[in-house]
Ligand binder design. Structure first.
Ligand code: NDP
Ligand code: 2IT
Length: 454
C-alpha cells in the first residue's frame, strides 16, 4: 500500500486489476474486495513463483459457477411477484461450498461475488474443510408478513435444492436470513429430498442446530478483538465500545463485549444510531433484541423509551470510543468516518460485518497502525460454528454449549495467530489485513496446485 508508481508490485496489482475490471464490468464491490486482497497477496506470489506459474490469482478470482434463477411467489393480496436469486459457488478446493444467503433489496451479483470471494479465505482461516460460496436474493423482507416470507423461502428452495447438498454446498444465514428463514428453507429442502441431513446450518436447536451458532459471529468478533488487545498487553475490559447494526452480529457482539467488562454505548440500523452514554445493560439489550427480531421495529424506539440521544439517518462513528465494531453492512464506514474515529482516539477496529470499511477507511487504519481486524479474520466465528454444526450433524450428536464455545475461542485464537505469523512478527506491529489474506490464500492455493489444471 502507498507504493510509488515505479514499484513492481504496484505495477502488477494495477495490471491485474485492469484485467479483472474488464472481465467483470460494473461489479464495484467485487473489484473492491479483490483489490484489497491482491494488494497484500501479490507480493507473496512474486516471492513464490509456483503461484505465478499456476496462474493462481487469475483462477481464484473466477467463480467455479454462478447459478441465477427466478423466484416467483404470491403476496397476501394475491398479487404474483418475481425476484431474482443467485448462488455463487466460488471455490471448493478445500471442502464443499459453504456460505450464507442474504435477502436484501441491495443484493446484486457483484455483492454476492465479493462475499463469495472473501468467504473462500475466511473459511480457509478457520482450519475447517469448507470451500467458499454465497447466495441470496433482492427480495426485501421488510414489511412482509410471516406467511409471505414463508412462501418466498419455499419457492426459493424449490430451485436451490438441486444445487446444494451436505457434501456439495451448505448455505446458512446472513442479512435478512435468520432462524425463521432457515427453518422455512430447511423444511422445504427436507420435503423435496426426503432426507434429513445437515445441508443448511443455523438450524433450530430441535432439528439439528448447534448451540452457540446464533451467538457465534458476534462473540467471535469480540474474542478476536480481545486476542488483538492481549497481543499488545491490553484487554477490552473498561473500554468504551461503539457497535453499528442491531441484527444478529451486532447484538451478540455487544453482549460479549459487555460480559467482558466493556461499556457499549451504541447500536444502529439503516435509519439511524442510538447513543446511550450510560452504556447498555443486559435488560436494555434484551429490549433491543426483542424490538429488532420479534417486532421488527426501528432502534429509534429505544431512544424514545430510554430517553437517550438518537442520530437520525447517521452511523455511530462520530461517537468517541476506544473500540469500534462495524456489524451492519458493506461500506458503512468511509474515509471521513475513519478520520473522525482516529481523531477521537479510537485504537481498535474489528469488523463483524463483511467489508464494512471502504478502501480509503482501511488504508487510514493501516497507516495509523491501530489494531485493525478485517472481516475475513474477525467475523469468521459464525462460519466456524456452522462448520461445527456440520460435524455434529454428520456424527448425529450435539455438543454442549461449553464444548462449542471453547472450540470457537480456540479457532479465533488460531486465526489471530495465523495473522500474526503472516502479517508481522512477535514484537512488531501486526498488519492483520496482510496476515489474514496471505494465511487464507496459502491453504486454498496449495490445494489448487495439488489438483493440477482443473
Ligand atoms: P441482520 O439482518 O441480522 O442485521 C443487519 C443489520 O444491519 C440491521 O441492523 C440492519 O438494519 C443493518 N443494515 C443492513 N443493511 C444496512 C444498510 N444498507 N445500511 C445501514 N444498516 C444496514 O444481519 P447480520 O447481523 O447477520 O449481518 C450483519 C453483517 O454481518 C453483514 O455484513 C453480514 O454479511 C455479516 N456477517 C454475518 C454473519 C452471520 O452469521 N449472520 C457471519 C459473518 C458476517 P435494518 O434493521 O434497518 O435493516
Ligand atoms: O459471512 C458469513 O460468514 C456468514 N454469513 C456465515 C456463513 C455460514 O455458512 O455460516
Amino acid at each position: 500500500m502507498n507504493r510509488g508508481k515505479s514499484d513492481p508490485v504496484q505495477h502488477e496489482v494495477e495490471s491485474f486489476m485492469q484485467g479483472l475490471k474488464k472481465r467483470n464490468p460494473h461489479e464495484n464491490e467485487f473489484h473492491q474486495a479483490v483489490q484489497e486482497f491482491v494488494e497484500t497477496v501479490m507480493p507473496y506470489t512474486l516471492d513464490h513463483q509456483k503461484y505465478r506459474d499456476a496462474c493462481i490469482l487469475e483462477r481464484m478470482t473466477e467463480p467455479d459457477r454462478i447459478i441465477i434463477f427466478r423466484v416467483s411467489w404470491q403476496d397476501d393480496e394475491g398479487n404474483i411477484r418475481a425476484n431474482r436469486a443467485w448462488r455463487v459457488q466460488f471455490n471448493n478446493s478445500i471442502g464443499p461450498y459453504k456460505g450464507g444467503l442474504r435477502f436484501h433489496p441491495t443484493v446484486t451479483q457483484s455483492v454476492l461475488k465479493f462475499l463469495g470471494f472473501e468467504q473462500c479465505f475466511k473459511n480457509s482461516l478457520t482450519g475447517l474443510p469448507m470451500g467458499g460460496a454465497k447466495g441470496g436474493s433482492n427480495f426485501n423482507p421488510k414489511g412482509k408478513s410471516p406467511a409471505e416470507v414463508m412462501r418466498f423461502c419455499q419457492s426459493m428452495m424449490v430451485e436451490l435444492h438441486r444445487h446444494i447438498g451436505e457434501d456439495t454446498d451448505i448455505p446458512a444465514g446472513d442479512i435478512g436470513v435468520g432462524a425463521r428463514e432457515i427453518g422455512y428453507m430447511f423444511g422445504m429442502y427436507k420435503r423435496l429430498e426426503n432426507r434429513f441431513v445437515g445441508t443448511l446450518t443455523g438450524k433450530g436447536l430441535t432439528f439439528g442446530g448447534s448451540l452457540v451458532r446464533t451467538e457465534a459471529t458476534g462473540y467471535g468478533t469480540v474474542y478476536f478483538t480481545e486476542n488483538m488487545l492481549n497481543h499488545v498487553g491490553d484487554g477490552i475490559e473498561g473500554k468504551t465500545v461503539v457497535v453499528s447494526g442491531s441484527g444478529n452480529v451486532a447484538t451478540y457482539a455487544a453482549e460479549k463485549a459487555m460480559q467482558l467488562g466493556a461499556k457499549v454505548v451504541s447500536l444502529s440500523d439503516s435509519s439511524g444510531s442510538i447513543y446511550d452514554a450510560d452504556g447498555f445493560t443486559p435488560d436494555k439489550l434484551a429490549y433491543i433484541k426483542e424490538l429488532k427480531e420479534v417486532r421488527r421495529g426501528r432502534v429509534s424506539e429505544y431512544a424514545d423509551k430510554y430517553g437517550c440521544e438518537y442520530l437520525d439517518g447517521k452511523p455511530p462513528w462520530s461517537i468517541k470510543c476506544d473500540v469500534a465494531l462495524p456489524c451492519a453492512t458493506q461500506n458503512e464506514l468511509d474515509g471521513e468516518h475513519a478520520a473522525t474515529l482516529l481523531k477521537n482516539g479510537c485504537r481498535v477496529v474489528a469488523e463483524g460485518a463483511n467489508m464494512p470499511s471502504t478502501l480509503d477507511a482501511a488504508r487510514q487504519f493501516l497507516d495509523a497502525k491501530i489494531l485493525y481486524g478485517p472481516s475475513k479474520a474477525a467475523n469468521a466465528g459464525g462460519v466456524a460454528v456452522s462448520g461445527l454444526e456440520q460435524s455434529q450433524n454428520a456424527l448425529r450428536i450435539s455438543w454442549s454449549k461449553e464444548e462449542v464455545d471453547d472450540r470457537l475461542k480456540s479457532i479465533m485464537k488460531s486465526i489471530h495467530d495465523q495473522c500474526v505469523r503472516q502479517g508481522g512478527g512477535e514484537n512488531e506491529h501486526v498488519n492483520y489485513v496482510k496476515g489474514a489474506n496471505v494465511a487464507g490464500f496459502i491453504r486454498v492455493a496449495d490445494a489448487m496446485i495439488a489438483y493440477g489444471v482443473v
